[in-house]
Design a protein around this ligand. Sequence first.
Ligand code: BEZ
Length: 216
Amino acid sequence: MNTETGHQLPRIGSKAPNFKAETTKGTISLNDYQGKWFVLFSHPADFTPVCTTEFVAFQEVYPELREEGVELLGLSVDSVASHLAWIRSIEKTFNIEIEFPLVADSDKKVAISYGMIMPEESQTETSRAVFIIDDNQIVRAIIYYPLTTGRNMKEIVRLVKALKTTDNHGTPTPANWESGDKVLVSPPKTHEEMKKRASQNDIECLNWYLCEKSID
Ligand code: BEZ
């Protein structure tokens, strides 16, 4: 529960809160992502060192995310003018164009409804939150990092790919799974299913509840 608004904060499996906001690419609302996956992430402030390294890194993985059909949407409480100046500075310093939009959440409306502000850490800045939202506008995964630690983009891409693999094949993925690795088989729910496993030659089992298979 958000104590300021009384709203339920997004949780894995819940509908993403609606928003309509000004961004570096014009007005964008949740509805614009209807039928598309997207990653909504917040950063504390423009023109700060960790955030700058993150923006370069987000841009570097953006083509790979787009290949997966996944969009990126950044957010902080800074203005559009600040975002534009910062993006230009990043482009000049690193010779890299920031192609994804950046929300100017000056009134903190989106940040509050998504629970991106951790008042014990900062009352004024958004922490480093990541929401992976699917094509049905359901929140599929949430990651939070503190102000002082830059995020691992490879993990965000890995998580997106793992979620999509689970959707496409109906299978969970193991620790440290990467695209192309074997996936897990959900454990049997009945005695009959458990016995059937012994005769299945498309799966490899370490024991009755821990089996893996290839999906290529
Ligand atoms: C940074 O991006 O460097 C940063 C931003 C806010 C607080 C601490 C670090």
